[in-house]
Design a protein around this ligand. Structure first.
Ligand SMILES: NC(=O)c1ccc[n+]([C@@H]2O[C@H](COP(=O)([O-])OP(=O)(O)OC[C@H]3O[C@@H](n4cnc5c(N)ncnc54)[C@H](OP(=O)(O)O)[C@@H]3O)[C@@H](O)[C@H]2O)c1
Length: 410
């Protein structure tokens, strides 16, 4: 008895760059495995780039669309058209999801098709799937982590070598870890887009990119890293999405971590994401956050999930307000006149703002002294006011510098 060959699943591929080309190659290589797992053999039915292919013709000849072009335009129109034409879509496009998430999920829901995007956040680390499926009904308290490999590479190198930001950025560009225009990565904007997506999934609430506050790594000085080492701290660019005071806070900022924190040992161009909830305690996943093959692998995983008929489209259920002013611990770097009583003056200003000091390192340099301290958790607005007051002291020799700290020691 001969069995009928299954009908192939025709995949329309939008974009054939780093990820698109790797996906086409991986799909050909793993076609047997995909067929064995899903009963359908995948084939590429058309490829769109700037110089080849026609979107309308590709859509007509496809059962599923994989969008790996990047950017919001024309990707947004293509993804919406595909879903309205009842084609499920897989995309790796974080900007598209972070800026147009509401519209995309509404159309996916109305059309009853799947929109999958595992590769849009931390590439191959299965954080989207984990939050949507494994923790789909868990009341997640916090999702946070290192979601940008470029900045993690730069900060790791600065800490290891003592070199300055510009020198290490140039090295990252030579090695292919940073783009020729690195602004999206180093400003924190790329991480902010990923955190908007994770916050939406974790808290079942609409979160747009505009609601994520972010700060980059451009102002970090080698001094900060050297002193922090003495305080037992290592520096990461963190994305944090958490429930706070009946709302949520979604932010990206450079942050010191104590040794022993699960994210402290993540070095180089790697990503790591932690999820916390009473029902799960905490889970940490780490791995490469970029790369053609690694990202393509996440895209292929989404294609297989769709073919296997798994998981409904993401649903937005509640509207949680964004809480702007939250508490944090901070590192504070002060250059002051090297004269008696300065430390007491600084302590008084901090005390006046209800801020208490956890640890201090003091060093003399010529006529000036450096006071480097970690202060206990306080409202960010109160800390900002204290920094302004410190900056106005006659004894201050340079503008104070501050960086967030996660005080929790594991
Ligand atoms: N690279 C990574 O490691 C990585 C990791 C995670 C997520 N992603 C995401 O994956 C997506 C693709 O990234 P990539 O690195 O593969 O980008 P890429 O190398 O720049 O490739 C983009 C592809 O899309 C095509 N394209 C762009 N604009 C187009 C337009 N207006 N019309 C037709 N074709 C167009 C390009 O065509 P031409 O060939 O004609 O220029 C190219 O083939 C992005 O959303 C990115 O954020 C990438």
């Amino acid at each position: 008895m001969s069995s009928e060959p299954s009908k192939p699943v025709r995949i329309g591929l939008l974009g054939h760059g780093t990820v698109g080309a790797a996906f086409a190659e991986l799909l050909a290589e793993r076609a047997d495995a995909v067929e064995a797992a899903t009963g359908r053999r995948p084939e590429i039915s058309g490829v769109l780039t700037r110089s080849q292919g026609d979107f309308g013709a590709i859509l007509e000849n496809s059962d599923l669309i994989v969008e790996l072009m990047g950017g919001t335009d024309p990707a947004r129109g293509f993804v919406l058209d595909a879903m309205r034409a009842s084609r499920p879509v897989v995309t790796a496009n974080k900007q598209l999801l972070a800026q147009h998430g509401d519209e995309l999920f509404d159309v996916a829901r109305a059309a009853g098709v799947q929109l999958r995007f595992e590769a849009a956040v931390a590439a191959v680390i299965p954080i989207v799937r984990t939050i949507q499926e494994s923790f789909g009904v868990t009341e997640i308290a916090k999702v946070f982590g290192i979601v940008n490999g470029t900045t993690n590479f730069i900060l790791s190198e600065m800490a290891a070598t003592g070199a300055g930001y510009d020198e290490v950025l140039a090295r990252a560009q030579e090695l292919g870890y940073a783009e020729a225009d690195p602004s999206d990565d180093v400003s924190g904007a790329d991480a902010a887009a990923k955190m908007a997506i994770l916050a939406r999934l974790a808290f079942h609430t609409p979160v747009s990119l505009a609601e994520v506050s972010y700060q980059g790594i451009e102002a970090i000085q080698p001094d900060d890293l050297a002193y922090a080492k003495e305080l037992g701290l290592s520096l990461k660019l963190l994305g944090v999405a958490e429930r706070r005071n009946g709302g949520i806070s979604v932010r990206v900022f450079p942050c010191f971590l104590y040794a022993g924190h699960p994210l402290a040992p993540i070095e180089g161009p790697f990503n790591a994401v932690m999820v916390e909830a009473p029902a799960i305690t905490e889970v940490t996943m780490s791995g490469p956050g970029a790369g053609g093959l690694q990202t393509a692998s996440a895209v292929l995983g989404d294609v297989v999930s769709i073919l296997a008929g798994e998981a409904p489209v993401h649903e937005t259920r509640t509207e949680l307000p964004i809480v702007a002013d939250v508490t944090s611990s901070f590192y504070l770097y002060l250059e002051v006149a090297d004269q008696p009583g300065v430390l007491a003056t600084v302590a008084t200003v901090l005390g006046d703002h209800d801020i208490s000091v956890k640890s201090v390192v003091q060093r003399g340099a010529d006529d000036d002294a450096r006071l480097v301290m970690v202060v206990h958790e306080c409202l960010e607005s109160r800390f900002a006011a204290a920094v302004v007051a410190l900056g106005e002291l006659d004894e201050m020799r340079a503008a104070p510098r501050s960086i967030h700290v996660i005080e929790e020691e594991f």
